[in-house]
Design a protein around this ligand. Sequence first.
Ligand SMILES: C[C@H](O)[C@H](O)[C@H]1CNC2=NC(N)=NC(=O)C2=N1
Length: 106
Amino acid sequence: MNPIHQNRRALSATEIVSQLTQLNGEAAQGWKLIDGSIEKTFTFANYHETMAFVNALAWVAHREDHHPDLAVSYGKCTVRFNTHDVDGISASDMFCAAAADTLLKD
Ligand SMILES: C[C@H](O)[C@H](O)[C@H]1CNC2=NC(N)=NC(=O)C2=N1
């Protein structure tokens, strides 16, 4: 497991805002803090591509022992991360959000 997932602590609101800004970079539709989770909606051309992403993300989640909530439809997947132990957002959520983005890099 990635060492970032040990000794987790809740990030402050300021830390969350600055880390999301860093994570999103130039992306128009990036990760947002919504109802205590960080969330991003990924869109795809069809069901096959959506499910390929879902399965790749599930693989990463298993490897990292950090699992997103997923809302899946034909061409869309909304991904939400939070950290149960700290009832908030931790570095683990930011790490896995970045890993989700990386799956879609050329
Ligand atoms: C025991 C196990 O490591 C924990 O319950 C993990 C599993 N996956 C998890 N996934 C997410 N998203 N948040 C957690 O706090 C979390 N905790």
